[in-house]
Design a protein around this ligand. Sequence first.
Ligand SMILES: [Zn+2]
Length: 657
Amino acid sequence: MREIRCAVGAQETPALPEAEPEAEDQGSGGEEEGAEEARPGAALQRLTAARIAAACTRRSGGRRWHTVGGRERTDVVEVVRSQADLRAIVSDYLPLKKSSGSKYRALCPFHAEKTPSFYVDADKQLFYCFGCGTGGDVFKFLMLYEKLEFPEALKSLATRYGIPMPERSAPESGERHRVLSVNRRALSYFRDQLQRPAGDRALRYLEGRGITRETISRFQIGCALDGWSGLKESLASAGVAEDQAVLAGLLARKEETGRTYDRFRDRVIFPIVNLTDEPIGFGGRVIGSGEPKYLNSPETPAFSKGENLYGIGFAREAIRKEGYAVLVEGYMDVIALHQAGVAHAVATLGTGFTTGHVRLLKRFTDRVVVNFDPDAAGRAATRRSLEVLLENGFEVNVVALPAGKDPDLFVREEGAETYRRRLQSGLPYIEFLTRDTAGRHDLSGTRGKVAALNEILPFLARLDNPVRRAGYVEMIATILGIEDRLVLQELKDAVHDRRKGLKPATLSAARGASVVSEAESRLLRSMMDSEDVRRAVLDEMEDGDLEACRIADVLRVVRDLVVKGEEVTYPRVASMIGDDARDIITRVAALPHPPATLEEGRACLMALRAARLQRQMGDIQKRLESVGKAEETDDLLRLKIELKRRIEALPKASQLS
Ligand SMILES: [Zn+2]
């Protein structure tokens, strides 16, 4: 669990005064609600420092602030605390209504409620919620509401009230500070270039991709001109030491000569800004056709790719509101989506997802909708990325856009509403993975199914929620067409044990007698044995009957032979099919001889069809339970009625005796 460092009860916090009983002006205020107000109003009088401190300490696990800052910082904390106005700060986020005396109230932002039980005491500079027990001072409020760590909350308040922060004394942070200062100069240089005639190409590129002036300004987009020393000279004339610019990754150094040159050339520049609005690095997209297409700042004392997400500062409010983050691949995707009003999109910076990203994102949500390039979502590197999310308890859905469309292009062509609908129709990652894997294996034989399963199981095993794991077994069995009880049981066992693969024994067991159902065996047998049955069954067979069928490979060969008017014999058919299918036909041939009647062939076919329709029915039922939108529900219901009609129209399966 994330630890919340708590403001109240900290050593440097001055003792909080006991709340003094006040005369409540009950019923006199127009907005008061009589009895409704009486309880929290009176209770607020009992709100003592001790109570808040207790509430905070419970949540903080006893940790105190003074562990995070030195002496200088403690002084700043006190200056900020004395100047910050909690009521004004809270008013930035919530509509506060005057309650009584120095107290204000609002609906609590930290739990769902219909009548306000969140109180701010402007005199005491404390807030408290009678609904959920959350309380604290101005730092605590910002930390909880903005999901900030204490130093960030402190910095944000210090900036707001114009209180200078002491520089950190550690050499690393000194370097970080210097890098940020160089970055700020570079940022204004890049932005400036975009406004000059020479920046026209970059500007036209951005306009060509539908980026408005407003967005350019909001995301502080700039450009680097096509030259080796534009930024270098600009930084030098501002008195920035060359070494500092190299440290910031803005200049690169030629090893042989020691000469430095601009790292970013002829590129559109996207500043990478962190949660506290610091320009920690830059991303550059080539304007022409140069390589590499995208170039990022290297790792510097201020910038680590694995710790930052592009757009997180712009997205955090929307992520909180929407309840999830949209994870896309590129700067342009983030920018285009934000411009279209899909403001909860962020991107990794040309790297896989790391635990650093997880920590960052976890502050705002534990749900992610991944919208990568359709190919990328199935790629091994992407899988590993998403695995990191799953392992950390994230709920991951995957959205696939039509081939060749990235989110940037899609949202421009189809609009934000269509894109939002796509986001809502994403598949849980395990289901996406199962479908993707199913597409790459030949699932007509057990071998292919077990191979596919063994690809999926490691991911399933990483889900730490056993209920969720178990819930996926049916979905996987349905998609892979696993009806075999042995394989299904193995799958359930593996999921239960969090095993990452099926036992080798499963494969051989599954290839035994139980692979092909009774109906399939008898259908195949009667078709092999009688030309009448063959013709009648092939006439009545629908495409779908073959799809769901384990004996499909054999039947296709039989059908081709019949169509060509050639002889159908066991050796002939066996010579034309794969290993798995040959196993099946060999076993069928060895069955005790049943009479090959037309009735039996038809009954078997109907039994198979009934099973298939029932499976489809099950799928539809499951989807009905998971979709929320009316239009989709209507379609599914129509399908369901049609299926029901067809199932009822089938001759009863009991005819198969
Ligand atoms: Zn509350």
